[in-house]
Write a protein that binds this ligand. Structure first.
Ligand code: PEP
Ligand code: MG
Length: 325
């Protein structure tokens, strides 16, 4: 079993009908790369940079951040690395940043909302990212985008910082893709419009499920409503992938769902391009995908989307894809 999996470390992820998908890893710090490399990730699909800010009593400096980003880019040796700008607020707090108590923190002042309002903080992070960009294949991602204006503002600030660095003679890569997390239902619904302005989408199902089902992801009493296979969630995901492809952009997923063996056949069928997960899930996912046909999986997309409940979807997937059992 284990030996079988280890054979896959050096391999690409290819289905029986020769379709390649990228299996990437989620990380919280450069130290996580040991596990990422040992498990044969084809990239980093989500670097949650908030961990650089947490567990300390002041903001990380531009230099400290630059070192961390550069290290990750260098150690990934040209493989894609998606670094997400600060996603603080909600359940994550900083002792040194005054954040007023909110009635609904998950619907409150967090992530890109906070960064657009605290531009010094945001610009420092962007400069560190831009300076590190020449050491690898950097993609920058903004979290919690609800509207096209938020993206445009964030992108404009990024462009200003890029121009500022270049004026000072600092090298910045020309090839940085700039994308967004799709984790708010409004953004999923507007994916066709957003796809015209971004370079990629990464679907954040951890939040997308909680907002779609109106079920707090931390609250056990409503955990029964937190349903990754609910057709409402699946329809949004499908819409996002289609919208990206219609504009020639790629769509990934970096929520927990991307590594779930029940979800994988559905996502493969929908055409998801990149699956980003915890390092430990990569080899099992590669093995599973290597036993499935993209074309076969795609034949079931319409029936799954027309089902009426999660339970029905799950039973159907278990019955149809014997590889997962
Ligand atoms: C998500 O919401 O799915 C996600 C990947 O972001 P986080 O879990 O950090 O909120
Ligand atoms: Mg999220």
């Amino acid at each position: 079993q284990k030996a079988e999996l280890l054979k896959l470390v050096e391999q690409k992820t290819v289905t029986t009908d020769d379709h390649h998908v990228e299996l990437a890893a989620n990380i919280g710090s450069p130290e996580d790369l040991v596990g990422v490399l040992a498990n044969g990730a084809e990239g980093v699909g989500l670097f949650r940079t908030e961990f650089l800010y947490m567990g300390r009593d002041n903001f990380p400096t531009e230099e400290e951040q630059y070192d961390a980003y550069r290290q990750v880019l260098e150690r990934m040796e040209g493989k894609p690395v998606v670094i997400r700008t600060l996603d603080i607020g909600g359940d994550k707090h900083l002792s040194y940043l005054d954040m007023p108590e909110e009635l609904n923190p998950f619907l409150g002042f967090r992530a890109i909302r906070l960064c657009l309002d605290n531009q010094d903080l945001f610009r420092t992070q962007l400069r560190a990212l831009l300076r590190a960009s020449v050491f690898g294949n950097l993609k920058i991602m903004f979290p919690m985008i609800a509207t096209i204006e938020e993206f445009q503002q964030a992108k404009a600030i990024l462009e200003e910082e890029k121009a500022g660095l270049r004026d000072r003679g600092v090298a910045v890569s020309d090839e940085i893709e700039v994308g967004i997390m799709i984790e708010i239902p409004a953004a999923a619904m507007m994916a066709d419009q957003l796809a015209q302005v971004v370079d990629f989408f990464s679907i954040g199902t951890n939040d997308l499920i909680q907002y779609t089902m109106a079920a707090d992801r931390m609250n056990e009493r409503v955990a029964y409503l937190y349903q990754p296979y609910h057709p409402a969630v699946l329809r949004l995901i499908h819409q996002v992938i289609k919208a990206a492809h219609a504009k020639g952009k790629w769509a990934g997923m970096c929520g927990e769902m991307a590594g779930d063996p029940i979800a994988i056949p559905i996502l493969l069928g929908m055409g998801l391009d990149e699956f980003s997960m915890s390092a430990a899930s990569i080899l099992p996912a590669r093995q599973l995908l290597g036993r499935m046909s993209r074309e076969e999986a795609a034949k079931h997309t319409d029936s799954v989307l027309s089902m009426s409940s999660s339970k029905q979807v799950e039973e159907f997937v278990r019955r149809t894809f014997e590889q997962i059992n």
